[in-house]
Design a protein around this ligand. Structure first.
Ligand code: HGY
Ligand code: MN
Ligand code: MN
Ligand code: MN
Length: 404
């Protein structure tokens, strides 16, 4: 392995040990571990001669001016936050392989600035809404997003005001002011591994709806309430969840997930009067997505009314599918073909910061094989050889972009 590759692997391990929880990997919006990880990445950026800055929300940036500092910058990077009980590659791999590629290029300066970004919140664990960091590149967050509350009732606006970096700077770009955005990311799927290929490119990022469904029945005594009189919010939620699963199974490639469930009063001898569940709903085709989501809405309302409960259907965030830029992607694919003679194109079922940055300019993604396709799991793994190959391909890509 090259020194830069070895360093990237060691740094992934090091970041994987910076967590808000002693038992599993977790870094959330403006949390202590997110700060600590950000400080560490900025140190590594400065070590290769980058100037660094950080926004109030914790998104940080390293800049290499290149030989034409006023040219439109190429953005590289990924997110620094994680899901709960995460793997150490989802996010940081994109930041650290880009850093290693720039380190490898050394003082072969590029005819455009490179801005390496580490976004503060892509997963949306704390506030359920996602891309808080990358959306802020295009300007202030909308009022609906700022009003989103976390489990403690704190809004995004309050978190920014009271927990944000007081010395934070504004990191924003107007549309068409960037050369493009390129992100390397583990595939979080099984296509590359089953094909025996290390890297691939992305044609589009699937559309995604994030919802909160709230079922309200009546809390009652578990011992004295006959079954026909019950308005049990958890039993209704259970029926809804099975309908959600059945619809997704019947309509591939639709995927639908209930990842969180909160109850009240959540004690063993009271009938749950209140259940709130998250719904993550994704489909690569926007028309099918809309149709199937509308159908599910009606099915779940029928369940609720039959059980004499109310259902509140709240859309937290929706992103349509986002195509990757053919030209940038072609440059990436050629770099992979020079390395491996072949380059596969994938659709990304996972969301990425490029969804938000596509509002600013062209985006492209480099997918990296991961073992068993596992992600959002502590056993998530990308091999040192594939990490090294990612760095080599990024160096080739940067050089080819410099020569256009
Ligand atoms: O949910 C996603 O697809 C991404 O991991 N944020
Ligand atoms: Mn990710
Ligand atoms: Mn993720
Ligand atoms: Mn009692």
């Amino acid at each position: 392995m090259t020194e830069a590759g070895q360093r990237a692997v060691e740094r992934l391990e090091a970041l994987g040990r910076i967590s808000d929880d002693p038992h599993f990997l977790l870094r959330t919006f403006l949390s202590p571990a997110s700060r600590q990880a950000g400080d560490q990445v900025m140190e590594w950026m400065r070590a290769i001669g980058m100037s660094t800055d950080r926004a109030r929300d914790g998104t940080l940036r390293g800049i290499l001016p290149g030989s034409q500092p006023t040219a439109r910058p190429l953005l590289l990077g990924s997110h620094l936050d994680t899901v709960k009980d995460a793997g150490k590659y989802d996010g940081p791999l994109g930041i650290l392989t880009a850093l290693a590629a720039l380190e490898t290029l050394g003082n072969q300066s590029l005819p455009f600035p490179v801005h390496l970004l580490a976004f503060s919140d892509e997963e949306g664990v704390r506030f359920h809404t996602t891309y808080l960091g990358s959306r802020s590149l295009a300007g202030p967050l909308d009022s609906e997003t700022l009003a989103q509350r976390d489990a403690s009732g704190t809004t995004v606006a309050a978190a920014l005001a009271h927990e944000g970096f007081d010395d934070g700077v504004e990191i924003s770009y107007s549309s068409d002011s960037i050369l493009g955005y390129v992100e390397a990311h583990i595939e979080q799927g099984r296509v590359l591994e089953e094909a025996g290929e290390a890297l691939g490119v992305v044609s589009a990022i699937a559309g995604q709806s994030r919802l909160t469904l709230t079922l309200t029945g009546r809390t009652d005594h578990a011992g004295t309430t006959p079954m026909p009189l019950r308005r049990d919010a958890l039993a209704a939620a259970a029926e809804c969840i099975l309908h959600i699963e059945a619809q997704a199974r019947a309509h591939p490639p639709l995927v639908a997930t209930v990842g969180t469930l909160h109850l009240h009063p959540s004690v063993s001898n009271s009938i749950p009067g209140f259940a709130s569940l998250s719904l993550d709903f994704r489909h690569p085709d926007p028309v099918e997505h809309r149709l199937l989501l509308a159908r599910l809405h009606d099915t779940l309302h029928e369940v609720a009314s039959r059980r004499e409960l109310t259902l509140n259907w709240s859309i937290v965030q929706e992103n349509p599918p986002v195509p990757c830029d053919p030209l940038l992607t072609r440059h990436l694919a050629e770099a992979i073909e020079q390395e491996f003679g072949i380059c596969r194109t994938l659709v990304s079922g996972a969301g990425h910061d490029g969804v938000a940055i596509s509002a600013l300019g062209p985006i492209a993604m480099l997918m990296v094989r991961c073992r068993d396709g596992l992600s959002h799991h502590p056993d998530e793994f990308a091999s040192p050889e594939d990490i090294e190959a990612t760095i080599r391909v990024l160096v080739r890509f940067l050089k080819s972009l410099a020569n256009t």
